[in-house]
Design a protein around this ligand. Structure first.
Ligand code: IVH
Length: 670
């Protein structure tokens, strides 16, 4: 490859990695499997190794994870939260031990603490004098997000520890996770248990975290002032004594052979465990040896993760169907000859989008390798081209919607300057059958109208029976007909009636979210509701063609405006909104203001560290305070960063206004 080509390829891969980081860490919605993600990272590191001139600040060789999302205050870990290097087979294990011998310059019998590697989210808990004072996520390894209140909702996490042996100051670290059985109820909202746990932990409101049952298992420490404990296995015992949960499968073994046998046993039985495990962690048990061994740039020399193989199998594609989603996205799905993958019979695999089919040249009749990792939808890893029939033809992606026959398009994304990978039906309305069904499913969903008795399956059933065509039909159901249907009795019908009636009272933001306009998610719906105040007002904006005015709202941009315009250009959409607004009792948005900073005003001067002014402002507003731009008597606090304006500080002093450093201010917020 030419130099320029190498650089181009490298940049492309880094961009791709960043994109997937965002899907994974910010949105909790990975688009590729862990294996594909690891492969991508490996390709980048290989390129760097071969071409020393390549380096990007975003290279996976620099960072351990991904920068924490901006919604939380960040805190530097006193001791970094490192990752582990991976072993995939016995050879890797032998090498791991060899390196230890080389480093120590002696060959000794090494004892290992062996612990299941739960696939969750790691967290660090700081205790001072027995009290839990800080809880953080791993973040990028150096600094994490402060999620103390969210972590406090987890019952496995002790808030106060009274034990004479408990260190005065210690960071306890472990894994936050969700049990497989609990995940079952959340399947529609998250791709896998790990994402559910992460999503739950990152809720801004701890009460939301509380709703998703999280667990915590402790396994190590970060900062520790002083301790007499000599071994990891003893530390695990102490953790238990102090009231933490530790893993029942933890054990101590002392040869590569023993490790291999135990690994095989747990790998075979892992489906019996209550939680997802993706390997075992082996740690040199003796703390003195651990100290001597120390760390490489991002992982300890004294520990390794021995991964389980991802579940996969070969099968043949019998057909490719195109599914149409709520926003018109066409998703190709491969129907495959049923195959057992890790104990589950798989007969469908997602092909993600049109680009993916082109990139992998996936065709009907192809023999493909399918992976099913965790609870992610099974997908095609590769095509075995050698097995392909000579007469096989490229798959032609439909350029009309298979549901309504409208044209389909790939949109041009102005920011990335690329066409979307996804092809969409141009009909954003209820006259595309598949879109309509998905829209109604969205309408009744929890965050929207929250109609309990109406699940997705019921909607499909009612659609087939011609009971529902538009959202308003829900409020005019033929209950006599329903009570005669299979599976319905008087009680379930009256429950259904009740929950439908209950849903009639809805706040404006939920309503705007429920109608399912593309790009108007919960947050944007709130912004629109705050701005327009009432549904009548909102409709007036539409009627008078004043949607552009929403550009005044911080957070609403052209993408949203264009989407709103497109939505309301469709007459049927408009009539649905009108009809619903006459049936429902839509209340103005109630903004609850009960934050710590209620009735306090703030002003900043000087440069803040670790956060922008915009973030600082939003932090204050989230806590019900407000930010002003001049020093006057009404100002409660002046917050000073680096190099504050002397005049402002003097003015504040004159008026007797309290002056805080950034640190003092953050303390105020906890
Ligand atoms: S020890 C330097 N022990 O694996 C020591 N980690 O790649 C690092 N994990 O971020 C942590 N179970 O989320 C350790 N028993 C265990 C673990 C474990 C799961 C996760 C943890 C960490 C990642 C390391």
């Amino acid at each position: 490859m030419k130099l320029d080509d190498i650089k181009k390829t490298y940049k492309k891969k880094i961009d791709e990695l960043n994109k997937h980081n965002k899907f994974y860490f910010d949105r909790n919605a990975p688009k590729i499997s862990d294996k594909e993600y690891d492969d991508l990272k490996k390709e980048i590191i290989n390129l760097e190794n071969k071409n020393s001139f390549l380096k990007s600040p975003n290279s996976p060789s620099n960072s351990l994870g991904y920068k924490p999302s901006k919604n939380f205050i960040k805190s530097k870990h006193r001791v970094k939260m490192l990752s582990l290097s991976n072993a995939f087979d016995e050879n890797d294990l032998v090498n791991f031990e060899k390196k230890i011998f080389n480093f120590l310059n002696e060959k000794i019998k090494i004892e290992y603490s062996v612990e299941p590697k739960i696939d969750g989210i790691s967290a660090s808990l700081t205790y001072k004098d027995g009290l839990l004072i800080l809880g953080t996520s791993r973040g990028d390894g150096s600094e994490g997000e402060v999620i103390t209140e969210n972590l406090k909702t987890i019952k496995d996490i002790p808030k106060k520890i009274i034990d004479k042996d408990f260190p005065d100051e210690i960071d306890i670290r472990g894994e936050v996770f969700i049990k497989k059985s609990d995940f079952n109820n959340l399947k529609n909202d998250f791709a896998n248990p790990r994402n559910a746990a992460s999503g739950s932990l990152r809720q801004k409101n701890p009460n939301e975290t509380k709703k998703i049952p999280l667990n915590f298992i402790a396994y190590t420490y970060g900062y520790l002032k002083s301790s007499k404990i000599k071994k990891q296995s003893d530390f695990l015992k102490s953790l238990k004594k102090w009231g933490f949960k530790t893993n029942d499968q933890n054990t101590v073994l002392s040869s590569v052979k023993e490790l291999r046998i135990f690994h095989k046993q747990i790998e075979n039985d892992r489906y019996k465990l209550e939680y997802d495990v993706d390997g075992l962690v082996y740690k040199v048990n003796d703390f003195r040896l651990q100290n001597r061994l120390g760390f490489t740039s991002n992982s300890p020399r004294w520990a390794i993760a021995h991964k389980f193989s991802a579940d996969n199998a070969y099968s043949q594609i019998t057909d490719i169907d195109i599914q149409v989603g709520r926003t018109g996205a066409l998703t190709p799905v491969a129907r495959i000859k049923p195959v057992n993958i890790g104990g589950v019979v798989v007969s469908n695999a997602t092909l993600h989008n049109e680009d993916e089919i082109i990139r992998k040249d996936i065709r009907v009749g192809d023999t493909v390798k399918i992976e099913r990792a965790g609870d992610v939808i099974p997908h095609v890893i590769l095509v075995d081209v050698k097995k392909r029939d000579r007469k096989s033809k490229k798959f032609i992606f439909p350029n009309i919607c298979p549901s309504c026959g409208s044209d389909t398009i790939k949109e041009f994304n102005k920011t990335t300057k690329k066409f979307d990978a996804v092809r969409r039906c141009t009909n954003e309305g209820f006259d595309c059958e598949k879109i309509a069904i998905e829209k109604i499913k969205h309408f009744i969903s929890k965050e929207a109208m929250n109609i309990d008795g109406l699940g997705k399956k019921v909607i499909e059933n009612f659609w087939d029976l011609n009971l529902i065509r538009l959202p308003q039909d829900i409020y005019n159901l033929d209950y006599d007909k329903i009570s005669n249907l299979d599976g319905w009795g008087d009680l379930s019908v009256s429950n259904l009636k009740y929950s439908i009636d209950q849903s009639k009272k809805v706040s404006l933001d939920k309503f705007l979210y429920a109608i399912g306009i593309r790009h108007i998610g919960i947050e944007n719906a709130k912004l629109l509701a705050e701005y327009t105040k009432s549904v009548q007002n909102f409709i007036n904006f539409v009627n008078k063609g004043k949607l552009n005015e929403f550009l005044n709202i911080d957070g609403i941009g052209e993408t949203q405006i264009n989407s709103l315009k497109k939505f309301f250009n469709n007459k049927l959409n408009y009539s649905v909104i009108k009809k619903l607004s006459s049936i429902l009792n839509i209340s103005d948005l109630k903004i609850y203001k009960d934050g710590k900073l209620l009735n306090y005003t703030f002003m900043f001067t000087g440069k803040l560290s670790d956060m922008s002014r915009a973030e600082a402002k939003s932090l204050i507003e989230k806590n019900s305070g407000s930010v002003v731009s001049s020093v006057n008597k009404k100002l409660s606090y002046l917050i000073t960063g680096e190099k504050p304006t002397t005049r402002k500080v003097a003015q504040a002093k004159d008026l007797g206004i309290k002056i805080l450093t950034q640190k003092e201010w953050l303390k105020l917020l906890d």
